[in-house]
Design a protein around this ligand. Structure first.
Ligand code: GL9
Length: 841
């Protein structure tokens, strides 16, 4: 490389290369230095935020040293790399995670203590990095942690949104959205103003024959927007590997075009151009499982795909390898269809720019990409209108048509008599306007397609993608059941439980090999152990009760059963079923005699989650939960027997408090709608039990931990279509107990009854698409079983221990190894030497 220091002049570098702190004193020295110099504060002027900033800068120094070494090691090794393309990375906080992953939390705790701070207060100053909506974005974050922890050479590519998911406030029971400007102070990113890519939009396509008689295609006269790289270090747990997450930020291109405007005095219009360019990476779209086909969203997608591919190709070209080796060096995983344009962009570059023949290029493309599907909900499947793509990306539209033509010809040869098949599988939907089906394009351009839990992977093969299974055969379709990182979701969120487990297993090795948890089974009947286990759950509930009091002003009894449903608010996830069940319970309590009330198991029903700003039904559900809470929480007849809490602004850092405090969590989607779910895994891993439908990963959790440890209810996925069909023809009766709940709402018990009419009529008048009524009885009965089971605390605690001991399968490490094996064809990079040098220093 041209810019490296000559061999004979490297002594000074080696002598002065920073080592990074390892002791308490070195930590304090670095932290104080940052507070006094980088932040220009002093001991007379250092609040908790400044202490956080100094600590974060100290750890960032530490990470970047290992980051540099990791990048060098990976470059020299010259092996295949994984590129994980995701529009969402729901990272949460970084400091606690960095301290634990590099193994220096104790050092920092002691050091901060000597400087006058409590580590918890310092950690709590950090603003979540909330660049995601929910499960899909958090999965990407867990995968980054696992890929680094397992020493895979892997990069994440995403967008550096100026505004992450909105902050939620509750006003008079309604959700209010506040913008999440999170970049005021972000010590975890490195701006790379030297790493930029110009991305083109609009323009037109010029096809001509050049002097050598060759057909040339060029995309001309577009508008350029510049992508600037911001790098975020991703530390692995207990390894020197620090991988990279590269986020692109948009700004006006500094091409001649803009200068011309400035020079000709068009300041205002030049400034407007600049703002328009910056708008591309300004905001995360706040929809969960919904695509609305907005032009700016498409711009985001292409901007990010083009910049990322350009970066990947630049890195590949440095290796001076032949193009045919590209798929041996590069594996690109598409997190949902959002990055599907990367397929088209690679084909464009290989043919138009590199001059390759179509088939040769297409072979490289399909060997490079893998596509993960995350949902079967039709409203979430991306489609872009042909006129929009024509306007924004004219050359890409031609390529999509060519891809489609080749594909349909191939299908026609295989199924010569099946005209209908051709229109069914065509990338172009013949609607008005014509639409591009992104999932089909992703399947055709990838060598593997996977679902995220067994049921889901089966469903995509038998429903939305069944024609493609006929065309390509079943081997192209596979399953990789989701997982979660035990570092954040056990060790970080629940340090006391992690410590207790380590004390029994003899080490923290289970955090690297979660199947070791099975050794806990030996302690299921150990009295002393069970006592400590139960005490930890209780302490976590006390912490949660404190949070509830501060956040909502409601005081709850930590001895009550904590029943939690936290996730995005969506009709298919059925928070309405939960709140109707709560009202049903309330009506029952009101009718009870004092003696009966004494026997009832007290409960706290805890809800949390954001509704997409435009999703009116979801917002109505939030409103109902809050109004029901106001009434029940102030009803003297009820007292501690039932409390209803809506925790505002559910996010990753709140999840770290809520999840360890749950006794029961609810995963109650209509069977066949929740592709996997991942919080179900987090709750069980933290010693909670689950009430759930036979949907997504609930099924596999049940298989692993045993049916006797899960509270299952409701109709099966295979029966949903028939039930809906019957509903459609009016062949259904709403459950009588549910009707009483509706009467109660309609009588104005929870205020303005008109406000909730839509929730009721969806069930009574509009066919009950989500089968709330069909599942209501079985749901309520199962809740009663839970009350009974909870009364036997001894058995309950045994169930939770047994469940935790059987959760090894759900680590995202297992998941990443499966991707590596069956999709990416890649092995981890050895860090043995690096580990030895680290041990010596
Ligand atoms: C989701 C599914 O709905 C979840 O069931 C699944 O666990 C995750 C991760 O695979 O993916 N698909 C999807 O669009 N979202 C999911 O959570 N929604 C978002 O997070 C945007």
């Amino acid at each position: 490389v041209e810019s490296s220091i000559p061999e004979h002049m490297r002594e000074a570098w080696k002598k002065y290369a920073p080592k990074g702190f390892t002791t308490k004193d070195e930590f304090e020295e670095t932290t104080v230095k940052h507070i006094e110099t980088t932040l220009a504060r002093s001991l007379f002027n250092c609040d908790e935020l400044a202490a956080y900033s100094g600590t974060a800068l100290a750890f960032k120094d530490r990470l970047i040293i290992d980051w540099n070494k990791t990048q060098q090691r990976q470059t020299f090794a010259d092996q295949k790399r994984i590129y994980y393309l995701s529009l969402e990375f729901l990272m949460g906080r970084a400091l606690d995670n960095a301290m634990l992953n590099v193994g220096l939390k104790d050092v920092a705790k002691e050091g901060l203590g000597e400087l006058g701070f409590r580590i918890e207060d310092v950690v709590n100053q950090e603003h979540d990095a909330a660049l995601g909506n929910g499960g899909l974005g958090r999965l990407a974050a867990c995968f980054l942690d696992s890929m680094a922890s397992l020493n895979y050479a892997a990069w994440g590519y995403g967008l550096r949104y100026r505004y992450g998911i909105f902050k939620q406030e509750i006003e008079n029971g309604y959700q209010v959205e506040i913008p999440d400007y999170w970049l005021d102070f972000n010590p975890w990113e490195f701006p790379r103003h030297d790493v930029t890519v110009d991305v083109q939009f609009y323009g037109w396509v010029n096809k001509y024959t050049n002097d050598e008689g060759k057909q040339v295609v060029s995309w001309q006269d577009g508008e350029l927007v510049s992508a600037v790289a911001y790098d975020v270090p991703i530390p692995g747990y207990g390894t020197p590997t620090v991988n990279n997450l590269r986020l692109w930020s948009s700004k006006a291109s500094t091409g001649e075009f803009d200068f011309a405007k400035f020079n000709s005095g068009e300041y205002e219009s030049a400034v407007a151009d600049e703002q328009r360019a910056e708008t591309i990476s300004a905001v995360l779209y706040p929809n969960d499982n919904l695509e609305r086909g907005k032009e700016l969203r498409l711009k985001q997608q292409y901007f990010w795909c083009a910049a990322s591919l350009h970066d990947i190709l630049r890195r590949f070209k440095k290796t001076k390898r032949k193009w045919s080796e590209f798929p041996d060096q590069v594996a690109i995983q598409l997190n949902d269809t959002h990055p599907t344009l990367a397929i088209v962009e690679l084909q464009r570059i290989l043919t138009d720019v590199e001059g390759m023949e179509w088939n040769e290029a297409w072979d490289i493309v399909t060997k490079t990409f893998g596509y993960t599907n995350h949902t079967v909900l039709p409203e979430a499947l991306e489609k872009w209108s042909v006129p929009l793509i024509q306007h924004l990306l004219p050359r890409h539209l031609q390529i999509i048509y060519d891809i489609n033509l080749n594909f349909l010809q191939q299908v026609e040869r295989r199924f010569p008599k099946d005209r209908e098949m051709l229109s069914r599988v065509s990338i172009i939907e013949e609607s008005q306007p014509k639409m591009i089906r992104m999932a089909y394009l992703a399947i055709i351009g990838s060598h593997k397609v996977n679902g995220v839990a067994e049921l889901h992977s089966d469903l995509i093969k038998t429903t939305i993608f069944k024609d493609f299974v006929k065309i390509y055969g079943p081997d192209k379709f596979t399953n990789v059941t989701n997982g979660i990182t035990p570092r954040r979701w056990l060790h970080q969120a629940n340090p006391r439980l992690s410590e207790l487990i380590a004390s029994k297993l003899g080490s923290y090795e289970f955090l690297k090999d979660l199947t070791l948890l099975n050794k806990l089974e030996a302690f299921v009947e150990d009295k002393e152990f069970k006592k400590e286990w139960a005490e930890i759950k209780y302490a976590n509930k006390v912490r949660m009760a404190q949070h509830i009091l501060t956040a909502t002003g409601v005081s709850v009894n930590p001895k009550a059963l904590f029943d939690v449903q936290v996730k995005r608010i969506h009709e298919y996830k059925r928070q309405q079923l939960n709140i109707f069940g709560v009202i049903h319970r309330y009506l029952a309590i009101k009718k009870m005699t004092p003696e009966e009330r004494k026997k009832l198991q007290p409960r706290v029903s805890i809800f949390g989650g954001k509704a997409a700003p435009g999703y009116w039904m979801a917002k109505t559900i939030i409103h109902l939960i809050n109004k029901v809470g106001e009434v029940i929480n102030n009803d003297k007849d009820v007292g501690d027997l039932l409390k209803v809490i809506f925790v505002p602004d559910y996010n990753v850092s709140k999840a770290e408090i809520i999840i360890p405090a749950s006794d029961i969590s609810e995963h109650i989607s209509t069977a066949g709608t929740e592709a996997s779910g991942t919080s179900n895994m987090k709750f069980v891993l933290n010693g909670g039990l689950v009430i759930g439908t036979l949907d997504g990963a609930n099924i596999e959790i049940t298989r692993e931990i045993g049916e006797q440890n899960v509270f299952l209810f409701g109709n099966l996925a295979e029966d949903v279509d028939d039930l809906r069909h019957n509903h459609f023809y009016g062949n259904y009766q709403v459950n009588a107990e549910l009707l009483k709940v509706f009467d109660c709402i309609k009588s104005g018990t929870f205020g303005d009854e008109g406000a909730f009419g839509a929730l009721i009529s969806a069930i009574v008048e509009h066919g009950d698409f989500y089968l709330v009524s069909d599942d209501f009885e079985s749901y309520c009965q199962t809740q009663d079983l839970i009350d009974e089971a909870y009364k036997n605390q001894d058995e309950w605690v045994s169930k939770t221990i047994l469940s935790v001991s059987r959760m090894g399968f759900f680590t995202s490490d297992r998941c990443i190894n499966e991707y590596a094996d069956s999709i990416w064809n890649i092995e981890p990079l050895s860090v043995k030497e690096e580990n030895e040098t680290r041990a010596r220093t």
